[in-house]
Design a protein around this ligand. Sequence first.
Ligand code: PMP
Length: 309
Amino acid sequence: MATMHPAPIAYFEGNYVPVEQAKVSVMTHAFNYGTGLFEGIRGYYTKEEDNVLVFRLPEHVDRMMRNAKVLCMDIPEDAAAVENICVELIRKSGFKEGVYVRPIIYKSELSLGPTVKDVASSLCCYVIKLGDYCDITAGLDVAVSSWRRLSDNAIPTRLKSTGSYVNSSLAASEAKMSGFHEAIFLRENGTVAEGSAMNLFMVHQGKLITTPVNADILVGITRNTVLELARDVLHLEVVERDIARTELYVCDELFFSGTGAQVAPVRSVDRRVIGAGKPGPITLQLQELYFNVVQGKVPEYRHWCTKVY
Ligand code: PMP
């Protein structure tokens, strides 16, 4: 039941508890070795329906459950149970606003040794309120990072693993400490990968281009959403291919996609102005469509929205 004063609830060790009570030991394997696997899922409040709609919940849970195999993680909850926990947490917390749900499967044993095999895993989950994660109106000033993107063969970028976010944190912090809003990662081979916590799209001569799934990226659900909307609703030509660094400077439009970032226009890269230095027309069209879809206003994509209340 919704309450007047939302109080965040967490799912921890099989129970729903106030978030302050959801605590792990200093000896927890995941805390020591970065062996956690998580998701970030948004719920959007719609005034018209007085409800919260969770965006592409089954797809997020499916990604986490598939990727759990890489880290040899086994938990008692199945995908349907995890989906239910995510929705239940928003409901129990009483939120009627924009929310962000964070399920985490983590190596919960208090054991020593960097191994993933035969180390017990558990599920926990929490929910917070979340508005915009970064500016999505004026356009972001971004820099190509001096930090390289992890190689999928080193710490798999395909996984949203807790340990891999050291890489993202270094790049995002470098960018911010140098006066930029965000970073773009290059791969070890010098081609473009993605942002610190978002995928990257480029518009060049009417085509929408993004880096392929084997380019050391997290295969974003927003990326998939943007590709589908661009192709099927806006009838744009979409291309998944490597992007060279210098293409970033000469393209017509650039934007990030992500659950947090949503559709976030980029107005400059390394102080080179992109296009007219403001969000471009295709970016704005996609952004508007995206917000209509997540708010449940586009009937063809209503199945992407899960009602909380
Ligand atoms: N890349 C990275 C490194 C991320 O952390 C995220 C955020 N989850 C994304 C891309 C975008 O993924 P999604 O659209 O599934 O949120």
